[in-house]
Design a protein around this ligand. Sequence first.
Ligand SMILES: [Cu+2]
Length: 173
Amino acid sequence: MMPVFTGARGGSVTDGPGQVAESIAAGVFGCLSRGVHKGFFAALVILAACGAPRPPLVASDVEITRPIPGRHMSAGFFVLENTTGTDIRITGATSSQFGAVEIHETTMEDGVSRMREIEALIVPAHGSVTLKRGGKHLMLMRGENVSASVSLQLLSDGEPVLSIEYAYPEENP
Ligand SMILES: [Cu+2]
């Protein structure tokens, strides 16, 4: 009885950790190599399987200006962080509260501030991009029912990759 028990126990102890380490390594490698390519939902599933605590894209310091009266136009500023090992390309955004959302960049040309639409916003692997006044920003046009909050979805090649919810701060009379 003793030799059998010891043998079985010894075998499981020596094999166990190696297999676990291998499957963790495979899972992490899967996260890094496949996370973004297959789209947001696949990335979520893979990351969840790995036990990774953070989503692929994180938005912080969100500010959306109040629509300009009569023009129904707002600008969106925030920091976008990419927690994955693959660049993420933001190609647009949608919001049910706006007729159109474009990605813009403000530049100075001969001392004059101009803004133009840009094709995509690249959030570099393990890096971030900052949308700010005088730089890249979201332009939200033809706003309706934009009094208390704004809800928008960032798209990567047509697929939603991040929802942003923004509540306007209370206005002090
Ligand atoms: Cu603009």
